[in-house]
Design a protein around this ligand. Structure first.
Ligand code: PEP
Ligand code: MG
Length: 537
């Protein structure tokens, strides 16, 4: 039995086999080759292997998901065999005397770029497919397994690091827990794990050797135990039974109001990143959705999600919440949340870089598509919109102009929509200091304490070495929250908190005393926050 200690992000416990997650390596080195004939032969062999893989996946998808979902792999087979695509790879090998993997990656980039510039939306969508096909071919050339990332059954996933875009694409039903070497407790991967209600331990020296071995992740102790012995398993079973008892007690609070003993009500909402998280929102009886991190729709995709795709996702969330409030946060991409197709350049200081509303206001077509989808979905429920990373009144005014433009377009096209509430996230010291002015422009504030803490304290939330400096209880952070609440109320708007601090039970009283109107937390935390509020006098 081996025991490792790390930083836990939840109090949950899980046991099962370990799956060591190998990152897909997309980078391919350009290498000069003398023997181009040998490279051409390797290309043919890799193509055959990749086609065999696609055949297997097609058959599996056909059995498990049906013809419609399996069809994509037939398209991939056709693309893999496409004459122009293969000829272009061969030409690059011969003319530039380079390795086949580099030639395939270059040809794939070229074809994907060409397709994405086409007028025809069907052809545009093929760009993502050609990228997938190329990734498979390159992996076969490099002797890597592209499908290794998919475990078969429920596993404890161990990884060196895990980007939010990778986390979001995983099949949650197969993940019992995450154990990650590099990663801070405040990163989006940690937040995602929390919203999936899955235990996670960060900062553990994971090892490939663990693959397939039994393990226990104990979030209450912050430990990972490999090859647990009988007496340890006995102890863990006792802890798990205790946790089940506690959950059963908490469940008695389902359907009960979130009010203090004095009768002061606080709206208790949940944070989600995906349509599928709604199950947990309902399971834990959240009164609304206080933060829908819409960028996870983008991170889970191979290309920009279309207006229609987004509309269907937002509509589904709005309808499932049946009239309860759903606050959609517009695209907050950048920093740790990256998708290749945005083609964001590497930055020295990404957290203080080109992200969130800054991208949306410099590439307004992206924001407009999203706003069209959100406003169209507003006809099907109770939707509000909020904007991340605001630092100025100018930004808010630009946003409002764009919202009006979009409404005009929808009206002209006879799409129904409602007059949604518009809010801003308070995540920067600038927004805190001008909050009185901002409050005159919007309908509500939602305080994003994850970023606010990072910017108030100049402590990068992604850096695990700074976990001790990144302190949400710092008087400067709490004073900022108090000031924003007071300024919002002076101007007659409501103020909520949607950062992770909202679920910190040691601060519940402080927030209620400050007059916070809404707390939005990971779905799995809703009932314990309700319990804490109901115990306040
Ligand atoms: C925040 O910053 O507190 C927040 C809710 O947004 P995110 O964690 O997605 O940056
Ligand atoms: Mg934020």
């Amino acid at each position: 039995m081996e025991q490792y200690k790390g930083r836990s992000i939840s109090l949950k416990i899980a046991a099962g086999p370990v799956f060591y997650y190998e990152k897909k390596q997309n980078r391919v080195k350009r290498e000069h080759v003398e023997d181009t004939e040998a490279e051409l032969r390797r290309l043919e062999e890799a193509k055959t292997a990749a086609l065999e893989q696609l055949d297997r996946i097609y058959q599996k998808a056909l059995k498990e998901a049906g013809q419609e979902d399996a069809a994509v792999f037939e398209v991939h087979k056709m693309l893999m065999e496409d004459k122009d695509y293969q000829e272009s790879i061969r030409n690059i090998i011969e003319e530039q005397q380079v390795n086949a993997a580099y030639a395939a990656a270059t040809a794939g980039d070229h074809f994907a770029a060409m397709l994405s510039e086409m007028e025809d939306v069907y052809m545009q969508a093929r760009a993502a497919d050609i990228r997938d096909v190329t990734e498979r071919l390159v992996a076969a050339l490099l002797g890597r397994d592209t499908d290794a990332a998919d475990p078969d059954g429920p596993v404890i996933l161990a990884a060196e690091d895990l980007a939010p875009s990778e986390t979001v694409q995983m099949d949650k039903s197969k993940i019992l827990a995450f154990v990650i070497r590099n990663g801070s407790a405040n990163s989006h991967t940690a937040i995602l794990a929390r919203s999936m209600n899955i235990p996670a331990i960060m900062g553990v020296e994971v090892s490939r050797e663990w693959n397939g071995r039994q393990a226990v992740v104990d979030g209450t102790a912050g430990t990972v135990v490999i090859d647990p012995d009988d007496s340890y398993l006995e102890e863990i079973r006792g802890k798990m039974a205790e946790e089940t008892r506690r959950q059963t007690l908490l469940r008695e609070l389902k359907g009960k109001p979130t009010v203090t003993k004095q009768g002061r009500a606080v709206r208790l909402y949940a944070n989600i990143g995906n349509v599928t998280d709604i199950v947990n929102v309902q399971e834990y009886d959240a009164e609304g959705i206080g933060l829908f991190r819409s960028e996870f729709l983008y991170l889970g995709a191979k290309d920009f999600p279309t207006e229609e795709e987004q509309f269907l996702a937002y509509k589904q969330v709005a309808e499932s919440m049946a009239g309860k409030k759903v606050i959609i946060r517009t695209l907050d991409i950048g920093a740790d949340k990256k998708a290749d197709y945005f083609q964001l350049e590497p930055e020295e200081n990404p957290a203080m870089g080109y992200r969130a509303i800054r991208i949306c206001l410099t590439r307004p077509e992206i924001l407009k598509t999203q706003l069209r989808a959100i406003l169209r979905a507003s006809a099907y429920g109770n939707i509000s919109v909020m904007f991340p990373m605001i630092i100025s009144l100018g930004e808010v005014r630009k946003i409002k102009t764009i919202v009006e433009e979009v409404k005009g377009e929808l009206k002209a096209a006879q799409f129904p929509y409602r007059d949604v509430e518009l809010g801003v996230m308070i995540e920067t010291p600038a927004a805190v200091l001008i909050s009185r002015e901002l409050a005159k422009e919007v309908d509500f504030f939602s305080i994003g304490t994850n970023d606010l803490t990072q910017y108030m304290l100049a402590a990068d939330r992604q850096n695990p070495r700074l976990d001790a400096f990144y302190d949400g209880h710092h008087p400067a952070v709490l004073e900022a929250i108090r000031m924003v609440t007071e300024n919002g109320h002076r101007e007659g708007i409501w103020v909520g908190i949607c950062g992770e601090l909202a679920a910190d039970l040691s601060l519940t009283k402080t927030f209620v005393d400050m007059g916070i109107d809404e707390l939005s937390v990971a779905p799995g935390c809703v009932l314990q926050v309700r319990e804490a509020i109901r115990e306040l006098s």
